[in-house]
Write a protein that binds this ligand. Structure first.
Ligand SMILES: Cc1cc2nc3c(=O)[nH]c(=O)nc-3n(C[C@H](O)[C@H](O)[C@H](O)COP(=O)(O)OP(=O)(O)OC[C@H]3O[C@@H](n4cnc5c(N)ncnc54)[C@H](O)[C@@H]3O)c2cc1C
Length: 472
């Protein structure tokens, strides 16, 4: 790596990435170390900022994410550089950027996010959805297509299935129910009922979170790369097709995967998608919403310890295996001894929590102080919305790691709420709360304090009994 022509600049802290993790880390550092120099290195001048934090309980936060022009929205102390990290010299503690800037650091934090893991990488008919470019591509294809194959069963696939209209969607899921990343078969049934009931008069869900300003800039900045779009991307960008009167807009192919995608230039549709269950679908293109892989698009003089999914392993202080280098958000792998009710999922919530933790930890290192891991890593919490409902996921909400030794208590009012408690030996281990249940704080306390609920039996979810009165 040649560095001869580069002038050496210097900063106390360098944070790489303008997503939630990077911005939260930089803001935390600027609050804790107001006199130190901070560089935020980001590929685009649009950064992500958390706004409208609403606590639903002590540790359950609902927030919006806004996209902002970096230069106007961060404190003067944070020097925003729009450029790409190319190389890290961890021995001499400096980085080189794509435009050959050389900047030394005392502490460096990598928040470079993740990219979609596509079912076929080199196939022009297969696209993923992650950032501005991919949305533009998706929008263009939707307008000139009649049928798409949607692969995947997480939040993004669920949003596409629900929000994209006027095009025939064949939704291929390997599980036996929809939206399996977040919900169980019962909740999936609850959604399907709501979806079918609403299909005639379906309106867009009410969005209380972000509205992207990026769409306004979208055309003029073609070719840019940026942070993950996140939820509600479909609210500002028209992602509807042009086909009217489709009899079955979303056809779900359960327990199947894509076996092959073949080009068929002479036929009506350009591709034939064969599924593992033998079905063959002719289609215009495939959306692969099949998860992400950490984005390590830079070189370094030393090898980072990695998790099995390719994330940079960090300890409870967000330190990587290389001294003075930290990582946070989608790019990292949580390599500490996890608490009983927390696990890693590549989500906004965790990008924010990890970015904040990295900032606190880096600030403490600079001052020679000691910090403890934030309490948020004790309990998995995630607030999102699917199919127009608020969803709160807590702890082992899908009985993760409980084997077969657990009980489930359910309460469902179609079109209104779905409440699932996961109990082991009478103690609440996780919960799914869909709709406006008001049970967030109670559930948080029950899981964290591991209160024995056996005396209440099934009454714990009896609609005539207000369980909040017992435990708040
Ligand atoms: C369509 C979609 C829907 C989603 N829905 C939800 C949801 O409902 N709820 C939820 O919690 N999460 C959701 N997510 C996931 C969530 O968006 C991510 O977990 C979160 O944004 C990760 O934040 P991050 O800061 O780690 O990474 P990112 O947001 O990906 O940011 C990475 C940043 O690093 C920059 N970068 C990368 N490489 C370099 C480099 N070499 N040099 C300089 N800069 C670099 C990028 O430009 C970017 O600014 C969704 C994601 C997508 C794509």
């Amino acid at each position: 790596m040649t560095t001869q022509s580069a002038q050496l600049e210097a900063a106390t802290f360098i944070i790489v990435g303008g997503g939630i993790a990077g911005v939260t880390c930089a803001e935390t550092l600027s609050f804790l170390c107001p006199t130190e120099s901070i560089v935020l290195l980001t590929e685009t001048s649009l950064i992500k900022a958390v706004t409208n934090l609403v606590p639903l309980a002590k540790h359950i936060l609902k927030f919006e994410v806004e996209e902002k022009e970096a230069f106007n929205s961060v404190k003067d102390q944070i020097n925003v550089i729009v450029d790409q990290l190319k190389f890290i010299n961890s021995e001499e503690k400096y980085i080189i950027t794509n435009s050959n800037r050389k900047i030394s650091y005392k502490l460096l934090c990598l928040c470079t996010g993740a990219r979609p893991k596509l079912i076929e990488n080199q196939n022009k008919y297969v696209i993923g959805i992650r950032d501005t470019d991919s949305i533009l591509d998706f929008q263009k294809r939707i307008k000139s297509s009649r049928r798409l194959v949607l692969v995947g069963n997480g939040g993004i696939a669920s949003e596409i299935a629900y929000e994209v209209k006027n095009i025939e969607i064949h939704w291929v899921i390997k599980d036996s129910h929809i939206s399996s990343t977040f919900v169980d078969p019962g909740a999936a049934h609850f959604f399907e009922m709501s979806r079918l009931q609403a299909s005639e008069t379906r309106k867009s869900s009410i969005v209380k979170r972000m509205r992207y300003s990026e769409a306004d800039n979208i055309c003029s900045e073609k070719g840019q790369q940026g942070a993950a779009l996140g939820p509600d991307w479909h609210q500002k960008i028209d992602v509807n097709g042009t086909q009217l009167d489709i009899k079955e807009p979303v056809k779900i192919h359960q327990q199947s995967e894509v076996l092959s995608i073949k080009e068929t230039p002479s036929l009506e549709y350009p591709i034939l998608v064969t599924l593992t269950n033998g079905k063959v679908i002719s289609a215009d293109f495939v959306v692969s919403a099949t998860g992400v892989e950490p984005r390590r698009n830079f070189e370094s003089d030393a090898n980072f310890k990695l998790g099995e999914e390719g994330g940079i392993t960090v300890n409870d202080m967000m330190e990587t295996s290389i001294p003075y280098i930290y990582a946070a958000g989608d790019v990292c792998h949580a390599g500490w001894n996890l608490a009983d009710h927390w696990f890693q999922m590549r989500l906004w919530t965790q990008a924010r929590q990890m970015g904040g933790m990295a900032g606190r930890s880096m600030a403490a290192k600079m001052c020679g102080d000691e910090v403890y891991q934030d309490f948020c890593f004790e309990l998995f919490t995630h607030v999102t919305s699917l199919f127009g409902y608020q969803i709160v996921l807590l702890g082992k909400y899908n009985a993760q790691g409980l084997g077969t030794n657990y009980e489930i208590l359910l309460r469902m009012t179609p079109g209104k709420e779905y409440i699932k408690f996961v109990l082991q030996n009478g103690i609440l281990q996780g919960a799914i709360l869909i709709g406006d249940t008001g049970l967030e704080e109670t559930c948080e306390n029950l899981i964290l304090n591991q209160i024995d609920l056996t005396p209440f039996g099934d009454d714990i979810l009896n609609p005539d009994i207000d369980i909040e009165d017992y435990f708040d």
